[in-house]
Design a protein around this ligand. Structure first.
Ligand code: CDT
Length: 300
């Protein structure tokens, strides 16, 4: 299969607490069509892309909480997205809150091929935030309360003529995420995020939010010789400012496309998976230069 294709990051602007999934899906379908008009074969949507970022609220009612989760995928609402993507022949990444049949709750992403088959699933491993209500905060970040740690590891999937890995938001800050995916053979890592501009425990870092996002994604791509597509849900969502800065990053660490707004926006770039070799056969030739015997402390 052709290892050169156009890929898109489909950034979403804010989603209101009362905005129905049907509305979010219809916005995503518009972005999908825009990406298709630019020749995209892959579209990457954000983390928890179907709803407002609900971990910002302390929710005590179980039924109310369950209402933020999807108990099937595709669901009635998302079926339209699957159908339109298949009609256009586009593969996509979608983040959503997953409730399993045996009542487990994960922050999940799926990779869907260009015929609407789910070919990969990832459940977020690095869950940020806190477990209890912390009323001093202007908004909560209760991922540690609402989600279990992912139980699928960091799998890599055959897709788009190459090897594709997924991660979700906070995972991108951890070098281990990228390295484990690269060791699994990933040539492209796709990820979505919801990152508040204000970090209540260390507000002195607020002005660094965009920088830290770029720093992590560009380093992850370069140090592992792979492509990265990182996609925000952005803008002022229910009083909480979320960063934009969606990017497509080459294996050299260079940003080849970058969002210019904090709203619904499509950016595209030509991905050539063979370009991973520029780095992997040189400075980061793992077989030649990596020294795992000296890295034991990392997994202790
Ligand atoms: N969604 C997510 O993982 N967001 C975190 C916010 C900072 S930790 C409270 C992130 O790493 O971007």
């Amino acid at each position: 299969m052709n290892r050169k294709f156009i890929a898109a990051a489909a950034q979403l602007g804010p989603i209101g607490a009362d905005e129905p999934r049907s509305s979010a899906v219809s916005r995503m379908i518009s972005l999908l069509r825009e990406a298709h008009s630019r020749g995209a074969k892959l579209v990457v949507f954000p983390e928890l892309a179907l709803t407002s970022f609900f971990p910002r609220w302390f929710i005590t009612n179980d039924d109310e909480l369950a209402g933020w989760f999807e108990s099937e995928m595709p669901s009635t609402d998302t079926q339209l997205l699957f159908d339109e993507a298949a009609r256009l022949g586009i593969a996509f990444y979608l983040g959503y809150a997953e409730k399993t049949k045996d009542n487990h709750f994960f922050n999940t992403s799926i990779l869907v091929d260009n015929t609407a088959n789910i070919v990969g699933k990832y459940r977020k491993i690095h869950l940020p935030g806190h477990q209890e209500n912390e009323s001093w905060r202007p908004f909560q970040h209760l991922e540690k309360r609402y989600f279990e740690k992912g139980n699928l590891g960091f799998p890599v999937f055959d897709a788009l003529g190459g090897k594709v890995g997924m991660c979700i938001c906070n995972d991108r800050r951890w070098p281990e995420t990228w390295r484990v995916l690269a060791l699994g053979g990933a040539e492209l890592v796709v990820l979505g995020y919801n990152t508040p501009l204000h970090y209540p425990p260390a507000p002195e870092h607020d002005h660094l939010q965009y920088f830290h996002n770029e720093l992590c994604v560009q380093a992850g791509a370069y140090q592992n010789g792979l492509w990265a597509i990182s996609v925000a849900k952005a803008g002022l969502e229910e009083g909480c400012e979320l960063i934009g800065g969606s990017m497509i990053t080459a294996p050299t660490g260079e940003v080849v496309a970058r969002a210019a707004t904090v709203g619904d926006e499509v950016i595209t770039a030509l991905i050539d998976l063979d370009r991973c070799a520029e780095i992997r056969r040189n400075i980061f030739d793992f077989a030649q230069h990596r020294q795992p015997d000296d890295y034991a402390a990392i997994v202790k």
